[in-house]
Ligand binder design. Sequence first.
Ligand code: N7H
Length: 488
Amino acid sequence: MEASTTLALDEIQGNLVGFFKPFQRFVFLRFRDRVSAQAFLRVINREIDTCKDVLEFREEFRRYRDRGQGTAPTSRWFNLVLSARGLDLLEAPERELMEQAFREGMRPRAAVLGDIDESDPAHWISAFDADVHAMAILGADSAEDLERVHAALRRHLEADAHPVDTIGQVDGVAREGDNHGHEHFGFLDGISQPAVAGLTENPLPGQRVVAAGEFILGAAPQEGEHPSPVTSAGYGATPPAPAPQIPSWSANGSFVVFRRLRQDVGGFNQFIAEQSGADGLRPDLLEAKLVGRYKSGAPLERTFDQGPELDPQSQDPASSDPSIREPERINNFVYEPDDADGHLVPRAAHIRKTYPRNQNPPGEADAERRRILRRGITYGPDFQPAEGPYPNPSAPPPNADRGLVFVCYQASIENQFEFIQRQWVNSDDFPQAGDGRDPIISQDQANANFSIPPDRHLALARWVITTGGEYFFSPSVSALRALSDAPS
Ligand code: N7H
C-alpha cells in the first residue's frame, strides 16, 4: 500500500489526538455473534467522533478563551476500538497480517511485559476474565454529560436487533484543585508528547515532530532506518526488519494499549521518607531522581541552568523560579553531552528510560521511532495520608483503589509500547550495564536496582501494579463500515 502524506482527519478516530476530558469511561463489550456485531457496528458508526471533530472543538475553545467572555463550549466524545478476538468474531479479512502481540492480546503477554506476582493476570479485575471484543471510549466535561453519552451507547447496546453485552467498565476522573493535571503520586503529567506531522500545528520548544506513520497505519513513517532489533550483541547488530504488511482496511487506524495501573501511593511515600533519610537527599530531590521531573513538572535536567553541580539539598526550582515551568523550558532539554553520565537525571529515571531523547544508545533516530501518544487519565479517589501503604496490593480497600488508566496509540505495539516496556524499562542494563530498572513502571522488580550517580544504588519496591489491560485496534470510520458490511 502507498503511504499517504496528507491525513484523512475525518476518518481517524478522535482519541488519537486526545479527548483530554476530565471525565472518561472505558466500557468493555462482548459481541454475541457476527450478525448482531455487524448490525451494532453499522449503527454505532454514526456516533464516532473523529480527529476532525476534536480539532474543530479545540479551535472553538481557543476562540472562546481569546474572547475572555461568554460560556465555555463543551463537547461529548465517543470512540470504539476492537480487540483481536473482536476482529476474529467479525471475520475481519487479512487479520493474520496484524502483528503477533496484538493478535495474542495483553493477557498472554504477561511474561513478556513482566506482569507477574501482584500484577499477574490472575489478580486482574473481573472485566478481563472473559475475552473483551471491543472497548467504547467515552469523554465529557462533567459527570452528568458522561452519563448522557453512556445512555446513548446503552440504547444501541440494548437494541433487540443487535444486543451487545457489557462486561465491565473503568471510570477515569481527572484530579481537581491544586492536583489538577497531577497523577496520584503527585507529579504533573501530560507534559511531553511527540508532535505529529500533519496534526500538530505549532510544536512547543523541545517537542520533536514525528512522522504520522509512527502512529497511523498507512501514513508515511519516519524517514531513515527501521528500528534496529536489540540482540544480546547490543544495538544495531542485526539488520532492521522490513516494514510489516498490513490489512488494506487498516489504513487510518492505530493500535491502542489499555492498561489499568493501580498505584500504592502510601508505599511510594514511605519509600521516599525512609530512603531520603538514609541517603541524605531531600525527599523532593529523590522523587525527582526517580522520575526525572519534580512534582511541579520542573525538569531536573534544566537545573543544569543553575550550574553543573546539583546540591543534594536543593529544592524544587519551581518554588523560586516559576519560569522553569514555562513552555520555553519545561520540555526543552536533551541528555547529551552535558548529562551523559546521568549526574542530573539518572539514566534509569522514568522519563529517560521511556524516551531517551538524544542519549546514545539508542541514539536519536531510534528513540524517535519508539514514541507513543499517551492518552491516559487518573482513576480512583485521592490518597488520604492516614491510609498508609497497601497491606495487600492485590486487594486494597475499595475506597483506596486508585491509579492511572494508561492508554497509548502507536503504529506498532511490538516496536513501541512493548519495546519500551521490555527492552528499556524492565532492563537492568539499558542504556548502560547496571543503570537499573525504571523505578515507576518496571513490573517484576522486587529488590530491583536503581542507580543514582555517582554511587547510590537503591533497592526498589513495587508501587505500580497492573490490574487489567488489553490491546485494541482503532479502525477508521470507513473501516468500521466495511467490517460491518462484509459478507460472510
Ligand atoms: Fe509515564 N509518574 O507519575 O511518575 N510519566 N507514568 N509511563 N511516561 C511521565 O513528561 C507515570 C507509564 C511515559 O517524553 C511523567 O508528560 C506513572 C507507562 C513516557 O520525556 C510522569 C505511571 C509508560 C513519558 C509519569 C506511568 C509510560 C512519560 C512526566 C503509571 C509506557 C514521556 C510527565 C502509574 C510504557 C517522557 C510528562 C518524555 C512521562 C508517571 C506509566 C511512558 C510524572 C505514575 C506504562 C513515554
